[in-house]
Design a binder for this molecule. Structure first.
Ligand code: MN
Length: 425
């Protein structure tokens, strides 16, 4: 059986749609951790009975509150309920709109007989007439959802196998080779020169009509950006457009602290627009339509905090913006995310701000059995540290230094010198 792959952003609301007995809750077991918010569980928490309809009002208050709280924390929420009425779906869409996250529908294409049969096999079953009513509602909903405005609608066929990929979560990627690119900060010219030097097809930007995806490499290599796409540099909008094209073309990026702050600003959150962010927001306001602004927000929300790269015959390489110690590799909790964005807190400075030095990174991941760690975030003159497999590829292009790429599995560096000093440290 072929497996169908479904990609879902890490900060999204997923709505299941289907009658009782269609296999929703069993299917939802593929989602990680606590992502699944179940109306049955809400009923059980209040009445000790998952099928008790007497406390529906309170059960759904809890259901909605729980979903809101997860979305607010930047977490995935899967609304595991029948969601068959327009009102039920509208309430969920409103919650997602308030949190500014995309809504994705999983429509269960299970026929009525299968729903009835599966229901009979459960120890706590729903009356048959309820399922028949559900199925009638489902047939109406199936048509209606097409015009309700979802980011995606996936049909789940009970006879097929699915793989759910959470785009913002820690993931392992395989490719013949990777080119990991350091902090860009709006340095479009240097990025363009870098992609050309690395052998990527950039014909779209020179005005030549190209076939297929953007930035194709003849050897099937993949780009991985270490984050900090914008701020301080000359052209943050053009850089956002380039990275977006690259991601659409099957390349990758991890979330940097600047990307994270821009994401929160675009969501309408109150942020202090320091460190070049105000310049980026001004450029976006001048140059971008509301629709393009939304596509940038969608892109930023889909960025993972770390990625593990696998090339056959080579030790794994883990990429995160500010580095990640071995014990947090593959973890996607708030501590790991914060660490991936900013690094470790060594102590506190006189002004009360955390002291995030770099020397501690050198001791990580030593030994042959450990993966390589590649990061940016802290400007250093040279990417290579001796006696250790941690590489800092932020050579401060925006401050007049260099843009650096690390090629995997070759473990060689390619550098493009900055064409100007765009910002003072
Ligand atoms: Mn940076």
């Amino acid at each position: 059986m072929t497996t169908t792959r479904i990609e879902i952003p890490a900060n999204a609301l997923v709505i299941t749609l289907g009658p009782a007995g269609c296999g929703k809750s069993t299917f939802c077991e593929v989602f990680p951790g606590n992502a699944v918010v179940s109306s049955d569980v809400c009923r059980a928490l209040i009445t000790d009975d998952a099928t008790n309809q007497d406390a529906n009002k309170q059960a759904f208050e809890l259901f909605h509150f729980w979903i809101k709280a997860r979305l607010k924390q930047g977490r995935l929420a899967v609304a595991d309920a029948t969601n068959l009425t327009p009102r039920a779906r509208k309430t969920l869409r409103d919650i997602a709109a308030e949190a500014r996250v995309p809504v994705i529908v999983l429509r269960f294409a299970t026929d009525l007989d299968t729903c009835l049969a599966q229901n009979r096999q459960r120890d706590r079953f729903v009356p048959e007439h309820v399922i028949r009513t559900h199925y009638e509602q489902y047939e109406i909903a199936r048509e209606a959802i097409g015009t309700e405005g979802y980011a995606a609608i996936h049909t789940i066929n009970p006879l097929r196998e699915y793989e759910i990929v959470i785009n913002g979560g820690a993931r392992t990627l395989t490719a013949p080779g990777f080119d990991i690119i350091g902090d860009i900060h709006g340095c479009t010219l240097e990025l363009n020169e870098m992609l050309l030097t690395l052998g990527y097809d950039i014909s779209w930007i020179t005005g030549v009509e190209g076939e297929g995806s953007s930035y194709v490499h003849p050897d099937g290599r993949k780009l991985v950006f270490v984050g900090d796409i914008t701020d301080r540099g000359p052209d943050s909008v053009a850089t956002l457009r380039m990275v977006k094209l690259a991601l659409e073309g099957g390349h990758y990026a991890v979330m940097g602290n600047h990307d994270n702050k821009l994401m929160r600003a675009l969501k309408g959150n109150k942020v202090k627009a320091g460190h070049g962010l105000q310049g980026t927001l001004d450029q976006i306001e001048e140059q971008c339509s509301p629709a393009e602004k939304q596509t940038f927000l969608n892109m930023l929300q889909s960025l993972p905090y770390q990625l593990s790269l696998k090339v056959e015959g080579h030790p794994d390489v883990v990429v995160s913006h500010a580095g990640i110690p071995p014990e947090l590799v593959g973890k996607d909790n708030s501590f790991a995310r914060n660490h991936a964005l900013f690094g470790e807190v060594l102590g506190f400075l006189e002004d009360g701000m955390p002291d995030r030095g770099t020397s501690y990174r050198h001791g990580w991941l030593m030994g042959d059995d450990k993966p390589y760690c590649v990061h940016g975030h802290t400007v250093v003159p040279d990417p290579e540290f001796l006696f250790c497999n941690v590489f800092d590829i932020d050579q401060g292009c925006v401050f007049g230094g260099k843009l650096t790429a690390l090629r995997v599995p070759e473990m060689t560096f390619v550098q493009v010198p900055a064409k100007a000093t765009y910002s003072e440290k």
